[in-house]
Design a protein around this ligand. Structure first.
Ligand SMILES: Cc1cc2nc3c(=O)[nH]c(=O)nc-3n(C[C@H](O)[C@H](O)[C@H](O)COP(=O)(O)OP(=O)(O)OC[C@H]3O[C@@H](n4cnc5c(N)ncnc54)[C@H](O)[C@@H]3O)c2cc1C
Length: 272
């Protein structure tokens, strides 16, 4: 039985897991760029939290050419353009319920959201995009100095685009929160290229580790009943490029670990 005691933001989950792992005698190294398996300490298993493009760039993995071909066919999804703001006051949404929500999905009608997403997917610059807006400082006072606030938002954009969506995003928020732009003290923007530089898993700004369409919903990154396994029996994939895909649910890691434990140690972990 593993007891995890959590408080604070989502980071506390990662911190609690790391603490437990260290207690078991594990060692964690960060800021190490993995380019070649030969440079890693001796290991029995390698579980990669990477997308296919990066996996293919790592030397020393014993893959068949047909497996590599399948990885090369993997497709990325739309990118995102993200803006972070320092704000002088809470965002003045006209709908009072939106003033009390940690995350606000801005898009007007369902039809408008669907059209905006369709057009961005088709490679167009959408002037009224679906915007996901987060206002954590309303609920977590550690996010901003006293009486000040923070916010961030992103919208979906064509993969890899270099178009600057800052005005488009701010205008879309202003439509539903008149006066928002006057509250901006400072901003920082992340286009798809900057996001990929920050985390190479976000290829072309795709934060979901590959497109989630019918062809890649369950069969990601390859067409297999257990896509966590690779053609090298000591290598597994646990990233959002495996089912059930992008998100902070942890299930890709859970299924990959469960598969590796069964294959190499005969340990069966039943699903609840
Ligand atoms: C702004 C933003 C908002 C989001 N909002 C939500 C949300 O509200 N809800 C939700 O469910 N999901 C959200 N997501 C998506 C979610 O964060 C991702 O889908 C998820 O984190 C992907 O997990 P992952 O395990 O595939 O890899 P990642 O979390 O991308 O972790 C991979 C790690 O590996 C490192 N790495 C890459 N290459 C190498 C290498 N060669 N050597 C060593 N290390 C390497 C990377 O730097 C990174 O730290 C959001 C993402 C972003 C960017």
């Amino acid at each position: 039985m593993v007891g995890l005691f959590l408080s604070g933001d989502l980071r506390s989950i990662a911190d609690a897991l790391a603490t437990y792992y260290l207690k078991l005698g594990g060692e964690i190294q960060t800021e190490v760029w993995v380019k070649d398996r030969a440079a890693l300490p001796d290991h029995r298993l390698l579980i990669l939290d990477l997308t296919p493009k990066q996996i293919l760039s790592i030397k020393g993995l014993n893959f068949t050419s047909s497996y590599e071909r399948q990885l090369r066919k993997y497709r990325q999804g739309m990118g995102v353009f993200k803006v972070d703001w320092a704000l002088s006051e809470p965002t003045p949404f006209t709908d009072l319920r939106a003033r009390q929500a940690a995350t606000v999905h801005i898009g007007n009608t369902f039809a408008d959201v669907a059209r905006a997403e369709r057009e961005a997917h088709a490679g167009k610059v959408v002037d009224r995009p679906f915007v996901l807006f987060a206002q954590q400082s309303l609920f977590d006072r550690s996010r901003a100095p006293e009486r000040k606030h923070t916010g961030w938002a992103y919208c979906h954009v064509p993969n890899g685009t270099e178009y600057d969506y800052t005005d488009i995003i701010e205008n879309q928020i202003e439509r539903f929160a008149p006066g928002f732009k006057d509250t901006i003290l400072a901003r920082h923007t992340y286009g798809p290229k900057a996001l990929e530089a920050y985390n190479p898993n976000y290829i072309g700004g795709d934060i979901n580790g590959g497109i989630m369409d019918i062809g890649q919903l369950y069969t990601r990154p390859t067409r297999s009943l257990t896509p966590y396994r690779t053609a090298d029996s000591s290598v597994y994939i646990c990233s959002s490029a495996t089912p059930p895909g992008g998100g902070v649910h942890g299930m890709c890691g859970f299924h990959a670990a469960r598969t590796a434990l069964k294959d190499h140690f005969g340990i069966i972990i039943n699903l609840p």
